[in-house]
Design a protein around this ligand. Structure first.
Ligand code: GMT
Length: 373
């Protein structure tokens, strides 16, 4: 197949999933054309069947606001025509699904469109009164819609009262790249005296509740020697650093910023913490699980579909940092339990979410969408 993929190319789970999907599809013999305003950050090596087409933004004095939706539409039309694409796969509905709809109208139905919902496109942005009718229309008029968790599927169907169905295709992981390691070069650096290492990675937005990570860690550190690694960057970073100062724990917390060496850092860590108040899936938790890290998370959204309570980690209510700390201490002080949880986390990643299992589900979905033309 010849597949066009549009996503947000910067740091963020939806862009990661879209790019990894494109690369995996190319590995399986398809031709993949990324159409976005910038090169997706995971698109960092040459692949014979992968192409990138940058969306050019027209500048004109009257255009006070950017017209990305229209510029993307034009590029989708151009790439579809000249590359003879079969299908356009939009990741994150707003505004991509609208551009795909317009492109298909311009091209006279000569292309099929698929939209994958990732989270806030459905649960937050799409609900804005100014976007809601557009969102509903764009989903109803996509030839196929997928969601990354059952939670997101069910919530979207109920919220937007859709007549069409949504297919659940969960996110996936390359379990060969994200794997436990016997020895790790950073372990001694992060935990020179054998301290337990907690890790969190996010975009430091309010929904991620990074202060809960810090408070949980402070409670753990009060009971045993521990270190905290914080990966990523975003609007709550300064406040988070201030909180560490206020709590007097900054010497045991490392703010690592955005990192490419994620697997190395996860491999040097013992426990992943994800206390989000909104999360349709929790790709960061899956990445950690694939490296053999148990996860302590909230019960929100699609997270419990990924992290199984008392099996691959523990689940607590939003904001219950005392409980999260108790769970962490329990795992850190019971080697047998920790090893069992670590094995279960890795096993779940391999058995349920490996890319070799999930990518064919997209191929099958594309085939069904094309057959329904
Ligand atoms: O929806 C967002 O906030 C952005 C999006 C992203 O681009 O990172 O995150 C969502 O998509 C990820 C990949 O499918 C999921 O793992 C995240 O859980 C989801 N975030 C939220 O639902 C808040």
């Amino acid at each position: 197949m010849k597949i066009g993929i549009t996503c947000y190319p910067t740091f963020g789970g939806s862009g990661v999933v879209a790019t990894e999907l494109g690369l995996a599809l190319a590995d399986r013999g398809h031709e993949v054309h990324f159409v976005t305003y910038d090169r997706p950050f995971r698109l960092d090596h040459f692949h014979d069947r992968v192409y990138f087409h940058g969306v050019e933004m027209a500048k004109y004095p009257l255009f006070e606001f950017d017209m990305y939706t229209l510029a993307l539409t034009s590029k989708l039309v151009e790439v579809t025509q000249y590359q003879e694409l079969d299908i356009l796969h939009m990741h994150y509905a707003i505004p991509h699904a609208v551009s795909a709809y317009l492109a298909r109208q311009i091209l006279g139905q000569n292309i099929r469109t698929v939209t994958t919902l990732h989270g806030t496109d459905s649960t937050l942005v799409g609900l804005e009164p100014s976007f809601l009718p557009l969102m509903r229309f764009a989903l109803e008029n996509s030839d196929g819609v997928t969601a990354v968790s059952r939670f997101l599927r069910d919530k979207t169907l109920a919220t937007y009262q859709l007549e069409k169905d949504i297919e659940t295709i969960p996110n996936f992981i390359d379990t060969e790249a994200y794997a436990p390691r016997e020895s790790c070069k950073y372990k001694e650096l992060f935990a020179p005296n054998g301290e337990k290492v907690m890790v969190h990675t996010s975009n430091f937005r309010a929904v991620k509740r990074v202060p809960d990570v810090i408070r949980t860690f402070a409670a753990v550190r009060a009971q045993l020697p521990a270190k905290l690694l914080l990966i990523g960057d975003g609007p709550e970073r300064s406040e988070s650093e201030n909180l560490c100062r206020d709590l007097g724990i900054l010497e045991d917390v490392r703010f690592l910023g955005k990192q490419d060496a994620l697997v190395d850092i996860l491999a040097a860590s013992d426990l992943f913490i994800l206390p989000s108040q909104s999360e349709s899936f929790g790709l960061s938790a899956l990445e950690a699980m694939s490296c053999g890290l148990p996860v302590i998370s909230t019960s929100i959204g699609g997270i419990p579909e990924v992290n199984l309570h008392a099996e691959t980690g523990y689940i607590a209510e939003i904001g219950d940092t005392d409980r999260m700390a108790r769970y962490a201490v329990e795992l850190f002080t019971n080697d047998a339990k920790y090893a069992a949880f670590s094995r279960a986390a890795r096993r779940r990643a391999v058995e349920v979410y490996d890319k070799q299992k999930i990518v064919p589900l997209y191929e099958d979905f594309y085939s069904r969408v094309l057959a329904s033309a």
